[in-house]
Design a protein around this ligand. Structure first.
Ligand SMILES: [Zn+2]
Ligand SMILES: [Zn+2]
Ligand SMILES: [Zn+2]
Length: 167
């Protein structure tokens, strides 16, 4: 049984400089797209930047509204296509439970650009944190092996309250 003293919450981001989160994400995206021969157009780049506004998932409509406030008329399919591209490249994850998008903090580490995405989502502060757990990965691949199931897409979304929001 863990006491609260043992909790190392991934939600706590001490001394957090979010401008550098955004910069890292954009630089990483440029490098990944260049390596794959994909084009990170100015629009795709701006959409990625808007997804990275914070560490809370952002809806497509919010992104559309922000773009429209900057550029005037922007057709919704333009935004959907940009988001689809970013998801396909593994730069952004779609969270089905919220119908929203969040930037990936570790893109490009996997061959085809997509990786299993496991998220803890706080229902109070709205922060979503991508976590990696070797034991969970192992359990899922054992399950797939045992059932002969070929996993095409793996996203796990756990909703609840982060450590800070519980107090
Ligand atoms: Zn940040
Ligand atoms: Zn990711
Ligand atoms: Zn919270």
């Amino acid at each position: 049984m863990m006491t609260s003293g043992d909790v190392e919450s991934p939600f706590a981001m001490p001394g957090h400089d979010h401008a550098s989160c955004i910069m890292t994400a954009l630089d990483g995206a440029e490098a990944i797209c260049a390596r794959r021969g994909e084009r990170l157009t100015p629009l795709r780049r701006r959409v990625l930047e808007l997804v990275w506004r914070g560490h809370s998932p952002v809806g497509a409509y919010d992104i559309l509204a922000l773009l429209q406030s900057e550029r005037g008329r922007v057709a919704p399919p333009t935004v959907y296509r940009a988001l689809e591209f970013l998801c396909r490249q593994g730069l952004v994850h779609r969270l089905d439970s919220l119908q929203a998008f969040i930037g990936c903090g570790q893109p490009g580490n996997d061959g085809d650009g997509r990786h299993a995405a496991h998220f803890l989502i706080c229902q109070d502060c709205g922060t979503a944190v991508e976590v990696r757990d070797g034991q969970l990965d192992g359990a899922i691949s054992r399950l797939a092996g045992r059932t002969g199931f070929a996993i095409a897409d793996e996203t796990i979304e756990l909703s609840g309250l982060c450590a800070a929001c519980q107090s």
